[in-house]
Design a protein around this ligand. Structure first.
Ligand code: HEC
Ligand code: HEC
Length: 281
């Protein structure tokens, strides 16, 4: 009994020691200040640009997390693990953009960083860093004029579980860490059924399916959607249908967090270009 007790105590102390180390590491990463120079943009206010922005906030996934009205929502909450919350982006009560200027939008979208330079949690900016100037302006133009929503959502909270997962590299919390903050802003992208445009469309898939589109193996991972994955063997029509309906050719459903409501809004050109690109890699 004595020895079992001692062994338990040792295990407990080791666990506590590890947690302290993880906690200090994550706190450091969370409070790191990034010095980014947001590109200077003039945001158009014409109705064509706003209509384009309205489509983009769906096809780039913003509305999946921030809600259709952009008023924000709790994405995940579990005792012991933590809470992930997409902020209210409107100018309503509880909204962040009341005192935003264009730089603040650019900082958040392209760099994953907030006004004080510290990283946003779980905001997938690495997939938005290479949005073209035209697209980025349209997104901001739409967000700026969207109807105010009064919704006070709680703040993100990195709990014990999330701290450990993030420290082990199992959970990516700070996309600012993987962004090249000096990367140039691409101008307009030529739309067409080409691998180049497909690659552009696929940037928002890289956070989960990884830049090589080979996914992450194992339980709870993401599938390989490159030319060597199972979906490459589907017909083009089956591939489009899956991403439009959330149902695979065999009838099984695409489970969360696969954001198929986002891909369902893709234009024909975007879908076809994406297919060409994925089959080429
Ligand atoms: C995977 C979910 C997800 C997607 C997709 C997403 N966001 Fe976010 N976003 C978040 C979360 C979570 C936060 C809050 C981060 C925090 O509290 O640290 C956030 C925060 C923000 C902020 C607040 C910045 C600040 O300084 O307060 C802005 C602006 C923003 N997102 C814009 C966008 C836009 C525009 C898009 C689409 C181009 C988008 N987001 C897509 C999850 C997401
Ligand atoms: C937030 C993470 C996330 C993002 C972003 C994402 N996916 Fe997925 N995707 C998943 C997950 C998880 C699955 C597996 C779902 C399941 O198990 O049913 C999946 C499944 C798929 C499948 C089915 C593959 C198969 O073999 O069954 C395709 C095709 C796919 N995704 C394409 C895309 C494309 C294209 C994009 C970008 C436009 C994208 N995904 C963005 C997480 C994501």
């Amino acid at each position: 009994m004595k020895w079992t007790g001692r062994a338990l105590l040792v295990v407990l102390l080791l666990a506590l020691g590890y947690y302290t180390k993880a906690y200090i590491a994550i706190s450091g990463r969370k409070s790191k200040v990034y010095t980014v120079k947001p590109v200077k943009l003039d945001i158009p206010t014409d109705s064509a640009t706003i209509a384009m922005g309205k489509r983009l906030v769906t096809t780039k996934g913003c509305t999946d997390c921030h809600e259709k009205d952009l008023g924000g929502k709790v994405l995940f909450e579990q005792k012991g693990l933590g809470r992930l919350v997409a902020r209210n982006l409107t100018k309503g009560k509880g909204g962040v953009s009341k005192d935003f200027d264009t730089d603040d939008w650019v900082r958040a979208i392209r760099h994953g960083v907030q006004q004080d330079g510290t990283p946003l949690i779980y905001m997938p900016s690495a997939g938005f860093n290479q949005l073209s100037e035209t697209d980025l302006k349209a997104v901001i133009a739409y967000c700026e004029q969207v109807a105010p929503v009064d919704r006070e959502v709680p703040a993100c909270d990195i709990g014990v579980g999330a701290t450990i997962l993030a420290d082990l590299g199992e959970l990516e919390l700070f996309e600012a860490e993987k962004i090249d903050h000096n990367a140039a802003l691409p101008l307009a992208i030529r739309e067409g059924v080409t691998a180049d445009f497909g690659k552009y469309v696929s940037q928002i898939c890289t956070g989960c399916h990884k830049p090589d589109m080979k996914g992450t193996p194992g339980d709870g991972g993401t599938p390989n959607i490159s030319s060597t994955g199972p979906s490459a063997r589907w017909t083009d029509e089956q591939f489009f249908q899956t991403l439009r309906t959330g149902k695979r050719p065999d009838g099984s459903e695409l489970k969360a967090p696969m954001p198929w409501q986002m891909t369902a809004a893709f234009s024909d050109t975007e879908m076809r270009a994406l297919r060409v690109y994925l089959k080429s890699i």
